[in-house]
Ligand binder design. Structure first.
Ligand SMILES: Nc1ncnc2c1ncn2[C@@H]1O[C@H](COP(=O)(O)OP(=O)(O)OP(=O)(O)O)[C@@H](O)[C@H]1O
Length: 233
């Protein structure tokens, strides 16, 4: 099995593309969804978050108010670091656990949506291929303002905090241009799915894993049979 990293800019269409992979029967992991689970009320991360930021970042039912949290950490680098320290290691562990369980259920590859894949750099080593989703700058701005109800200024500030899209594109194996219709994006994604299906890497990986597994089994068998023979002499 191999892992395909899916990244892009704010509101360029990563989730839209991920849902196309999902609807084609591909195993997917959504970092945003995992982040939500990690911060569910009562979890260790939630308790740490509450201890540091207080009830100001919670709704009355205890769920994290992500919009408020986003506002607070956006203008304060120390608080942003603290939030990352609370959540990032847990999110990464949860994602790797999910990847391992997909491996044992026989998937040839999985697609992991990691918005800040290049910015944090932490998950890069696990990615066999990387896809970046882009769209025109003005569309990114319009879509972000519309979806998050941001003013143009706020949206521009948020976008400028991320690595420029051209840099992400230069480091990627595939690019999906989501400037057109949903149908056009679906066609581009399905074209990549066909290419990934043809990849031989998953068979190399399975062969190496199989050889390593058999070596361990035979090694243990050899040690056990030697031990039994020595005791019976
Ligand atoms: N091709 C498209 N045409 C029109 N609107 C689109 C298109 N693709 C996505 N959108 C809209 O743009 C918004 C952002 O899309 P999406 O949530 O997929 O982006 P994202 O990159 O996952 O965002 P985030 O930065 O929150 O992770 C959504 O409201 C979505 O419906």
């Amino acid at each position: 099995m191999f892992i395909v990293g899916l990244t892009g800019g704010l509101a360029t269409g990563k989730s839209t593309v991920l849902s196309i992979f999902r609807s084609n029967g591909i195993a997917v992991i959504d970092a945003d969804e995992v982040a939500r689970q990690v911060l569910l009320p009562g979890t260790k991360a939630w308790r740490e978050l509450r201890g540091f930021f207080g009830d100001e970042v919670l709704f009355s039912d205890g769920n994290v108010n992500r919009a408020r949290l986003g506002e607070i950490v956006f203008d304060d680098i120390e608080k942003r670091r603290k939030l990352n320290a609370i959540t990032h290691p847990r999110i990464q562990r949860a994602m790797m656990k999910m990847a391992i369980s997909y491996f044992f259920s026989g998937h040839s590859y999985i697609v992991m949506e990691v918005p800040l894949l290049f910015e944090t750099g932490k998950m890069l080593t696990f990615m066999h291929k990387i896809i970046t989703v882009v769209c025109e700058d003005h569309q990114q701005l319009e879509r972000l303002c519309k979806r998050n109800d941001f003013s143009e200024n706020v949206a521009k500030k948020r976008i400028s905090c991320q690595m420029p899209l051209e840099e992400k594109v230069a480091k990627s194996h595939f690019v999906i241009d989501n400037s057109g219709s949903f149908e056009n994006t679906r066609q581009q994604t399905e074209c990549i799915i066909r290419l990934l299906k043809r990849s031989k890497f998953t068979w190399y990986f399975r062969a190496i894993f199989g050889i390593a597994f058999l070596s361990v089994v035979f090694g243990i068998g050899h040690i056990v049979s030697n031990f039994i023979m020595n005791r019976s002499e």
